[in-house]
Design a protein around this ligand. Structure first.
Ligand code: 5GP
Length: 207
């Protein structure tokens, strides 16, 4: 499948260099902590923030729209984006599919003074720190380890090995917190989103 020109990540030649600045905020945290819910709440109330649209090799879920929720690409397309230096960061998530942040659209927003939010995994956050040391890294934490385990283990249908694997992943992910500039506890979605808005400097601004 060829990349169509209407898609946001492929406007061919214009790949502006990203300059260090503080307009870029990365929201990361352990699996199942609720990053997507918090960022959606923030965007709904502060539409002047631009939420980056990631590219992924994962197939769309029902209701997901190409170019809106993700840009859905093939393995070959993803390889090409990486080889051409078009990914600000990318990672293999849960050992399965690749996800990455297209560099061009982020750079364009930042150049126009638009605050940008990336909602990505911990590996990706580390790469952004390396590429853009002035980016603000925010760790979204669960109210407690017990609550994270409850969210991760869901209805308890997993077998013992899968439960152990998920808990070990959560332990490793939680240990990343000190690498971040700020921690927000996701005890309440609106409160957490408000705190993120304050960190992004958009609190009190509607849209
Ligand atoms: P899902 O497949 O459920 O939409 O997302 C799975 C995971 O991929 C989430 O933890 C999300 O944070 C992560 N993710 C989504 N987009 C990106 C991205 O562009 N880069 C990285 N590194 N991770 C991403």
């Amino acid at each position: 499948m060829a990349l169509a020109s209407t898609r946001p990540l492929v406007s061919s030649s214009d790949l502006p260099e990203i300059k260090p600045q503080t307009q870029l905020t990365v929201l990361a945290g352990p699996t199942a902590v609720g990053k997507g819910t918090v960022s959606r709440d923030l965007i709904a109330r502060h539409p002047q923030v631009w939420l980056s649209v990631s590219a992924t090799t994962r197939p769309p879920r029902p209701g997901e729209v190409d170019g809106v929720h993700y840009v859905f690409v093939s393995e070959d397309e993803f390889d090409a984006l990486v080889a051409q230096g078009r990914m600000l960061e990318w990672a293999l998530v849960h050992g399965r599919y690749r996800y990455g942040t297209p560099r061009g659209p982020v750079a364009e927003r930042l150049a126009s003074g638009i605050p940008v939010l990336l909602e990505i995994d911990l590996d990706g956050a580390r790469q952004v720190r390396g590429a853009m040391p002035d980016a603000q890294l925010v760790f979204l934490a669960p109210p407690s380890q017990a609550e994270l385990e409850r969210r991760l283990l869901g209805r308890g249908t997993e077998n013992a090995a899968e439960r152990a694997r998920r808990l070990e992943t959560a332990r490793i992910e939680m240990a990343a917190e000190p690498e971040f500039d700020h921690t927000i506890v996701n005890d309440n979605v609106q409160r957490a989103a408000n705190e993120l808005a304050v960190l992004m400097g958009v609190a009190g601004q509607g849209g």
